[in-house]
Design a protein around this ligand. Structure first.
Ligand SMILES: CC(C)(COP(=O)(O)OP(=O)(O)OC[C@H]1O[C@@H](n2cnc3c(N)ncnc32)[C@H](O)[C@@H]1OP(=O)(O)O)[C@@H](O)C(=O)NCCC(=O)NCCS
Length: 157
């Protein structure tokens, strides 16, 4: 996909050689906003914090990085989910929030996905994330949160 730019922020699809920036953001996201994710920081630190594993994650792709200049400020990933696609690992650094970075990252994942449905899981009550997703056309599924406290949202095309 073409890289997306807005002001000083650009979004690029990460390659395995970008593993250190992806690692920085993933560890920050799980440390600074643990309540927003079903994953735990222990899954990506300690014995699990291995360059080859980060490189493999990026090779499995797609992973998108937002950069302000050369500084990584946001991340999002995509993965296949049967016939559908799923948006995962969405995080924008606190110092870069409220400037449209989250929107740019989602547009990058939407641009990657050719599925008719792009879905995601969001912790019930995460109003910033639900507000972001709703503003881009995602709708909350009916029903209660799952066992991990997550609701599913879907963008249908
Ligand atoms: C949710 C998150 C990704 C938003 O990133 P962001 O870069 O600040 O979002 P944007 O600036 O692109 O916002 C785009 C739109 O989303 C909505 N939005 C963003 N933050 C919001 C908030 N705090 N409350 C309500 N709506 C919000 C607004 O509609 C906004 O458009 P506007 O600025 O024209 O009003 C960011 O707050 C974050 O990383 N939070 C912690 C991690 C997290 O919750 N990840 C999601 C896991 S499912």
């Amino acid at each position: 996909m073409p890289n997306v730019h807005t002001g000083a922020v650009s979004v690029v699809e990460a390659t395995p050689d970008d593993w250190a920036q992806w690692r920085l953001l993933r560890q920050r996201s799980l440390t600074e906003d643990p309540e927003a994710f079903a994953s735990s920081v222990t899954m990506w630190t300690g014995d699990h914090d291995v360059e080859a594993r980060w490189r493999q994650r990026l090779a499995d792709g797609p992973c998108f990085l937002a950069r302000a200049g050369a500084t990584p400020v946001g991340m999002a990933g995509g993965r296949r989910d049967g016939a559908d696609a799923e948006l995962i690992s969405m995080w924008v650094a606190p110092e870069a929030r409220g400037r449209g970075v989250g929107r740019l990252l989602i547009e990058a994942v939407v641009g990657w996905s050719d599925a008719s449905v792009l879905s995601l899981r969001v912790i019930d009550g995460n109003s910033a994330a639900i507000g972001l997703y709703t503003s881009l056309g995602f709708a909350l599924d009916e029903g209660c949160a799952d066992a991990e406290g997550c609701r599913r949202m879907r963008l249908r095309r």
